[in-house]
Design a protein around this ligand. Structure first.
Ligand code: ADP
Ligand code: MG
Length: 248
């Protein structure tokens, strides 16, 4: 199958081996514009490694990762971020002693011109954008609050906001609702539903209620390969999926 440029993300024959062990094994994965794709599967299936490969943290042994018409396997982590791929890790990397406003402000894309980084100052444009994102992530009442004082769920939202302010076309989240309350999980689902109208979202998650709530399509990964892919209903009722994952 040849690459289809209508996909935001086209992964073909992607393999990475660590000392001969194939953590990802000839993977093909296609994500549409405005799609929320959820990747599930048992521990060690290779889910996080797939995100590491896409964001350039881990180098592929072979295969291709196309983001629109860009070949990501040949780009640096920094170039991949600049091209419009944002990735949230499992543990939030916010600045606890800075306010919500300041955390968002420092994530505002700088250096779009040669003098950007030097000329950067708190312009009305930056303030408006920070406030817009704060509303989106339900933290507009907390702009002056030190990030360290936020709840666990609010910290996760802040980190999502720090990515959103860079306006990525592909946003990747590794277990975003782990440790969240039921209410926070519900609000996070609504947040992802809102933001996917302008971008594609690739999520790794174990919480099946949440997955059911947000996924347009589910990919089940097992031993670095796709075990099943399709609607939540289709995946949930698959005997192999139940055997290796959902039955546990
Ligand atoms: P998942 O996120 O699905 O739980 P991972 O992608 O973290 O799984 O890991 C898949 C497999 O690859 C595991 O067996 C893990 O130990 C191995 N692995 C991941 N990253 C590395 C690495 N940098 N070096 C060696 N082995 C790794
Ligand atoms: Mg993982």
């Amino acid at each position: 199958m040849s690459s289809n440029t209508d996909f935001v993300l086209s992964i073909e024959d992607l393999t990475v081996s660590f000392d001969g062990f194939k953590a990802v094994d000839k993977l093909n994965l296609y994500v549409d514009k405005n799609e929320i794709r959820v990747v599930i599967g048992p521990n060690g299936a290779g889910k996080t490694t797939v995100l590491d490969l896409i964001c350039g943290k881990t180098r592929a042994t072979s295969g291709s990762i196309k983001f629109k018409d860009l070949e990501l396997t040949r780009m640096s982590e920094h170039q991949i971020v600049r091209a419009g791929v944002g990735r949230k890790f499992q543990n939030p990397s916010i600045y606890e002693n800075l306010t919500v406003f300041e955390n968002l402000e420092i994530s505002y894309p700088k250096g779009r011109s040669v003098f950007g980084a030097l000329a950067f100052k708190r312009t009305a444009e930056v303030v408006a954008r920070v406030e817009e994102i704060a509303r989106e992530i339900m933290l507009d009442e907390f702009l002056g609050t030190e990030a360290g004082l936020l709840s666990h769920g609010q910290k996760q939202w802040l980190e999502i906001g720090m990515l959103l302010i860079q306006d990525p076309e592909l946003l990747m989240l590794d277990e975003p609702v782990a440790g969240m309350s039921a209410r926070e999980r519900e609000l996070t689902g609504q947040l992802l539903r809102r933001i996917c109208t302008n971008r594609s979202v690739l999520v790794i998650e174990h919480d099946m209620e949440f997955v059911k709530n947000i996924a347009h399509k589910v990919t089940v990964l097992h031993q670095g390969k796709i075990l099943k892919e399709g609607s939540m209903e289709m995946v949930q009722s698959d005997p192999k999926v139940i055997e290796v994952y959902l039955g546990h």
